[in-house]
Write a protein that binds this ligand. Structure first.
Ligand SMILES: Cc1ncc(COP(=O)(O)O)c(C=O)c1O
Length: 387
């Protein structure tokens, strides 16, 4: 058997440049390491599932009655959570979505009110900030601090958060677990700490776990819902770990009966419904994609280490700690003296990275690099970054 059965190392720049998706089409001629899509071909089990759906020739309303167990993706999610986490979920607690940010916004709108304060670990995936601020809520920041004791290189001061919430209450914690952009995996101790904080300050926890399957061994993802079962809404998708973002499918689990009641009180069609291909792809990924995922994780583990070697050589002053999860590297470029947005200089050199300040004030002087590509292209990225 080939040592690279899924072609993770055999992608070429020409093939990537011919792809229509935004990652490579937006900046023709440049090398792209910005948006969180992987460069790899899709999992073969997903391609087969999509071909089967297309081949059936039946694009009418699917028969996904809840009385018959819900959609195949919901069934796959329930089985996967029991298998991986020992987390027992009832179908009635699930709501299918088109994407994860939709779920975040629905829960913010239904379970919090304008003027409410929402806790967020910053820097953060930019739609967290816009979802809170654009709906008239206020972000309570928990800034990441460097830590040599933490597997991600980052930690968060929950003692200070406790004091802050005692002085000025908040309504919800919008958790990114694992955390984008730092790659931090909240440990069991931290999850218990957050659950206790939520209990003490009566917070609803909205936990975005889209990067869960991208946790590097020996760490293991643990769902927030296991620690605060009645206070948590968890949102999952196969889109990051299996590279399916354009297929638009996510699922929310409501441990909080109150949050579920509020969502159910609104007309069901307001949120739309998932489509056949999103469900088929997600089902195949969750039921049959583990072998592909394991190969991708081995490759990404090498990539995060290769990036450390390449940066040490080309940019000894850039601060980089290997992420404990995700294929995203959060690079501290402040010592370069290139101002708030170092990605601008890299863009002039033909490499597209994500702009640090978009992740909040804590992102000033930082940039985010997506290393989900081949080792050859990662070398090319760093070579170009160096000008
Ligand atoms: C933490 C996090 N949540 C949500 C998303 C986007 O998910 P969706 O496209 O399903 O809204 C991303 C994309 O990178 C992400 O990193």
């Amino acid at each position: 058997m080939s040592s690279d059965p899924y072609g993770l190392e055999s992608i070429s720049i020409q093939w990537l440049r011919a792809k229509p998706g935004q990652k490579w089409a937006r900046y023709p001629g440049d090398v792209s390491a910005w948006v969180a899509d992987m460069d790899f071909p899709p999992p073969p089990v997903v391609l087969t599932a999509l071909r089967n759906t297309t081949g059936s020739g039946d694009f009418g309303y699917p028969d996904w009655r809840r009385s018959a167990g819900g959609s195949p993706a919901e069934q796959a999610f329930i089985a996967r959570c029991a298998r991986r986490y020992g987390w027992q979920i009832g179908l009635g607690e699930l709501m299918e979505l088109n994407d994860v940010v939709q779920g975040i916004q629905i829960v913010l709108h239904t379970s919090t009110a304008p003027g409410d304060r929402i806790v967020v670990h910053t820097p953060i995936y930019p739609p967290f900030l816009s979802s809170v601020e654009d709906s008239g809520r206020e972000v309570v920041r928990v800034p990441a601090q460097p830590s040599t004791a933490s597997p991600s290189g980052w930690t968060f001061d929950h003692g200070a958060l406790d004091a802050e919430l005692t002085a000025r209450p908040a309504t919800a914690l919008l958790l990114c677990h694992p955390h984008n952009p730092t790659g931090h995996v909240f440990s069991e101790v931290e999850l218990r700490e957050l659950a206790a904080l939520a209990e003490r300050h009566d917070l609803l926890i909205i936990s975005d776990e889209i990067h869960a399957d991208l946790t590097y061994a020996p760490l293991q993802h643990q769902p927030m819902a296991l620690f605060a079962p009645e206070r948590t809404v968890s949102i999952h998708a196969a889109s990051k770990a299996f590279n399916l973002a354009g297929l638009r499918y996510a699922v929310a689990h409501f441990g909080s009966a109150d949050a579920l009641r509020r969502v159910k009180a609104l007309p069901g069609h307001l949120w739309g419904a998932p489509n056949l291909h999103g469900v088929a792809a997600t089902t195949a990924a969750w039921n049959d994609g583990d072998e592909w995922l394991a190969a991708v994780l081995v490759h990404l583990d090498r990539q995060r280490q290769l990036l450390a070697d390449l940066l040490r050589e080309a940019f000894p002053t850039i601060g980089y700690h290997m992420p404990a999860a995700t294929y995203l590297a959060w690079l501290d470029c402040r010592a370069l003296g290139w101002g708030d947005d170092p990605s601008r200089v890299f863009a002039e050199r033909g490499v597209r990275l994500s702009e640090g300040p978009n992740f909040g004030v804590e992102g000033r002087g930082f940039t985010r690099l997506n290393f989900a590509t081949s080792s050859t292209i990662l070398r090319d990225i760093v070579t170009r970054m160096a000008g």
